[in-house]
Design a protein around this ligand. Structure first.
Ligand SMILES: [Zn+2]
Ligand SMILES: [Zn+2]
Length: 138
């Protein structure tokens, strides 16, 4: 059973991911800036995620564990699937992206997979960015 994560947790995971993509660890100060919170608040979020094994703490900062990368992919997948769904239904891309960002938290994987099947498994979102595969296929 996976721990369900809040929208805030996902924002934090995303920040760590984005800030550590060049191979360096993400620093608390930069994570706090991205999340628009004070550094001690960011440390609280990070401690929680570290405890869940999603984030790893190194000597100079934080990065996602393998499990964390999986959770990040799931969140990206739901964001891009919803975005695709909304655009297919006549919503502008900008608006679809904004709505998906507010929805994008924890989504049940089985339901997401059902939605994905229903949409004939799109490979990319309307921005042309890849939609990560779900556990159900690939
Ligand atoms: Zn988007
Ligand atoms: Zn997109």
């Amino acid at each position: 059973m996976k721990t369900s994560l809040s929208r805030r947790d996902y924002d934090c995971i995303e920040s760590v991911y984005v800030l550590s993509t060049d191979g360096w660890s993400a620093r608390v100060k930069d994570i706090a800036n991205r999340l628009k919170v004070a550094p001690p608040t960011a440390v609280e979020f990070l401690d929680k995620l570290t405890g869940l094994g999603i984030v790893e703490k190194g000597p100079s900062g934080y990065r996602l564990s393998e499990k964390g990368v999986d959770r990040f992919n799931e969140a990206t997948r739901s964001h891009r699937l919803f975005e695709t769904l909304l655009v297919r239904n006549g919503v502008s891309l900008k608006e679809a992206c904004r709505i998906s960002s507010t929805l994008g938290g924890p989504v049940d994987e089985a339901e997401l997979e059902q939605l994905c099947s229903h949409m004939s498994h799109p490979n990319t979102c309307p921005h042309g960015r890849p939609i990560p595969m779900g556990g159900g296929h690939g």
